[in-house]
Design a protein around this ligand. Structure first.
Ligand SMILES: *Cc1c(COP(=O)(O)O)cnc(C)c1O
Length: 456
């Protein structure tokens, strides 16, 4: 690496300092209207280069005006706050710049990834045959699981393409990647059966059973059920054990999408929310949501590594030249060049242990209890969500949730989104930033109340 890196890292350090100070002072970056971005910031690229000082200043303006997802006023997404040990791991992964495809290019980082997979497999009681990988996100985890299930059901599909009528199942409240993935996998969006949910947002297993029977009667081939631990809007969990029984009978792959709340497996107190996960064929979770590792840190496990291998291995003499397949992780991953997304999770885990991670998860849940209690004890509010969910959905007085969230954003007060379930639209406060405290949650409500009463 050229000596220049020292100079540029100095620039980086200064910028990070400015950014963190600004974050602590303001907590929010004032919204720039879309049509003004190019006018207000020096984003345009030119024929000629610029000196370092101008470079630094341009970059500074841009980063200070970028939404601050680590701030105490950001509740808009299922991620928020950054774990600093994890940031160290991520930055080192960038400087090392390996690719995880082979042992020859990744060296010990292969074991870093494998160690996490081993420990997670043991947390969910998967057998020794397990396999796993770090896909680029939860959507990609779900996609890979769908492909694996498809190829397991009808191995010839890999070479000949789909000729049979395959159908898969997911709840009405499941993540939108399901439909897209079915389309990419050649299954087709119309061959996803969206199973109804109860008032909590949990899949009705009887309806699932009925749908499968119907499809079997019509000579279709059910091959995949996606169950969710922590649905995106309501934070609900499908009845995994019941669903597993149904899948078992008809030899259907059961995938658990734990992208949102799957990290409960680390907590002794909340592990029961993923009860039945051991009966699944594949399971995924996002550490970048509840644990504050940088985007993205997604982990996919399969009960049998052979299933992963069947779908994702490929010959490539120019790539696989040394060591055996157990150490050439490209044989079980979607990507060829794949960034090291394991190190940032390893640095977190190494520093606080599995117990520390469990405590982070518990902090998130205790913040959601604080928010729900506040709402329950205040008659100006209506609560739509249930206990044991990191998603606290509510309406305040008669204020329209969409208008409220939009105006809070436009007026640089807070970033929070709205959601919909069973025909009701509400504000969705997600308590996934474990760096927040009771004070921050109460301050969220105070800001929201003051703003709505004064301005709406
Ligand atoms: C967030 C989420 C996903 C998608 O994960 P990405 O990493 O954003 O692709 C999938 N499923 C559920 C339930 C989610 O909440």
């Amino acid at each position: 690496m050229s000596e220049k890196i020292f100079n540029d890292l100095n620039i980086f350090n200064k910028l990070v300092n400015d950014l963190i100070n600004d974050d602590q002072e303001k907590g929010i970056s004032a919204k720039i209207q879309t049509e003004d971005v190019l006018k207000k910031l020096d984003i345009s690229l030119s024929e000629d280069g610029i000196d370092d000082e101008t470079f630094k200043n341009s970059l500074k303006e841009i980063i200070l005006n970028t939404p601050k997802t680590s701030s105490k006023l950001f509740f808009n997404q299922l991620f928020g706050g950054l774990n600093s040990k994890s940031v160290v791991g991520e930055l080192l992964a960038v400087i090392l710049n390996n690719s995880m495809a082979t042992y020859k290019i990744a060296g010990p980082m292969v074991e870093v990834e494998k160690e996490i997979l081993r420990k997670v497999a043991s947390l969910i009681d998967y057998p020794k045959t397990f396999g796993g990988t770090f896909p680029t996100g939860g959507s990609m985890c779900n996609f890979m699981a769908l492909i694996i299930a498809r190829d397991k059901k009808i191995p010839e599909i890999r070479n000949n393409g789909k000729q049979q009528d395959l159908v898969c199942y997911s709840s009405q409240n499941s993540h939108y990647s399901m439909g897209k993935n079915a389309s990419f996998a050649g299954i087709g969006r119309n061959n996803v059966r969206y199973i109804e949910t109860n008032e909590k947002g949990e899949m009705c297993s009887e309806s699932l059973q009925t749908a499968i029977k119907n499809d079997l009667n019509n000579k279709l081939i059910p091959f995949f059920v996606n169950a969710t631990v922590g649905t995106t809007v309501m934070g609900a969990t499908d009845p995994i054990s019941e669903i597993a029984n149904i899948c078992n009978k008809d030899n259907i792959w059961l995938h658990i999408d734990g992208a949102f709340a799957g990290t409960v497996i680390f907590s002794k107190k909340y592990k029961h929310l993923a009860e039945g996960v051991q009966y699944s064929d594949s399971f995924c979770f996002n550490a970048h949501k509840t644990l504050g590792t940088p985007l993205s840190t997604s982990i996919l496990l399969t009960k049998d590594e052979q299933d992963l291998y069947r779908s994702f291995s490929n010959k490539a003499e120019y790539l696989y030249q040394t060591d055996n397949n157990d150490y050439n992780l490209g044989q079980t991953s979607f990507e060829c060049g794949r960034r090291n997304n394991a190190l940032k999770f390893w640095t977190l885990w190494k520093s606080v242990g599995a117990n520390g991670i469990g405590e982070m998860v518990e902090t998130n849940y205790s913040l959601s209890d604080i928010a729900r209690n506040y709402i329950r004890n205040n008659s100006d509010y209506k609560l739509y969500s249930y206990d044991d969910s990191l998603s606290v959905c509510f309406n305040y007085k008669d204020f329209d949730a969409i208008e409220l969230c939009t105006q809070l954003y436009n007026n640089n007060k807070l970033m929070v989104g709205y959601g919909e379930h069973k025909g009701e639209t509400f504000v969705r406060l997600v308590t996934i930033n474990r760096e927040n405290t009771k004070k921050d949650i109460l301050s969220f409500f105070k800001i929201l109340e003051d703003f709505s009463n004064k301005h709406l």
